[in-house]
Design a protein. Structure first.
Length: 269
């Protein structure tokens, strides 16, 4: 494999991540159902749905919560393909590997003799995958339908500590900074390479690039924080758009909580 192909693949991966972030911002700007709601309403509503999906012992309630979240995504102009690629497939693969041993190790009546798969094992695995899929879907829809500063504002409204808000905000900014810095660094390296390099040189190049990125990040972190402090930042999130609860927001919050309580009550009986 040539050094040029390594650099090209790295650049392509950086560009793909940035493009995904841009697409996520575009979802939040659309004129859908969830985009019109106050972010505090969405946060509270989806947290309630996630609690129901995790706490219930009724598989039908988990499925109902999942389809309700999917319907909200549809009416919010969030494509099902985005949900499938970002949540459904990764969660199914990861959780499926974890849940697979339960099919064979959980005691109970056998459904299949060879290999031995029990009914209780199938139920346990289905519960695990269903809960994970539902929780991930709700979380992803919340993020895709809400601008990042508004989401941080909603988290702060739940009395989340300032330190947590600062860490989340800075992490999001630093991810994009590192991606942009890495993209520029690899593009500069690529422009200076004429012939393919051997494996040892490629590994040395990758290690050197990682070291440069870490050094730049450490140097910039202090400067950025000092600049934020100089401009009056004290951990509180302020947005250009004033967030006020409107009648539609109160109605949506009431519906969210009513549906969550109903599902939880039905699942408990």
């Amino acid at each position: 494999m040539s050094s040029r192909s390594f650099l090209e693949r790295s650049l392509a991966s950086f560009v793909a991540i940035i493009e995904q972030a841009i697409v996520a911002e575009e979802f939040a700007r659309r004129d859908g159902f969830l985009q019109k709601l106050d972010p505090r309403v969405k946060l509270g509503g989806f947290l309630a749905l996630i609690f129901v999906s995790v706490a219930t012992h009724n598989l039908a309630i988990v499925a109902a919560t999942f389809f309700l979240a999917t319907a909200l995504a549809f009416f919010s102009e969030i494509s099902l393909s985005a949900l499938a690629l970002r949540a459904w497939l990764p969660v199914a693969l990861f959780t499926g590997v974890i849940a697979m041993p339960a099919l064979f190790l959980t005691p109970g009546p056998a459904l299949i003799r060879a290999p031995m798969i029990t009914a209780n094992g199938l139920r346990a695995a289905t519960f695990l995958i269903g809960r994970a899929e539902t929780a991930a879907t709700c979380a992803l829809i919340l993020v895709l339908s809400t601008k990042w500063p508004h989401l941080l504002h909603a988290l702060r409204a739940l009395r989340l500590p300032r330190a947590v808000i600062v860490v989340l905000g800075m992490t999001q900014r630093y991810i994009f900074f590192l991606l942009r810095a890495a993209q520029d660094l690899f593009a500069a390296r690529r422009s200076r390479i004429i012939a393919p390099l051997d494996g040892r040189t490629r590994r040395h190049l990758a290690a050197a690039n990682a070291g440069v990125l870490i050094s730049r990040s450490l140097d910039l972190s202090g400067e950025v924080y000092a600049a934020m402090q100089a401009r009056g930042f004290r951990g509180e999130i302020h947005t250009l758009e004033a967030l006020r609860m409107r009648p539609n927001d109160w109605l949506a919050l009431t519906l969210f909580l009513a549906v969550a309580v109903t599902l939880f009550w039905v699942g408990g009986h």
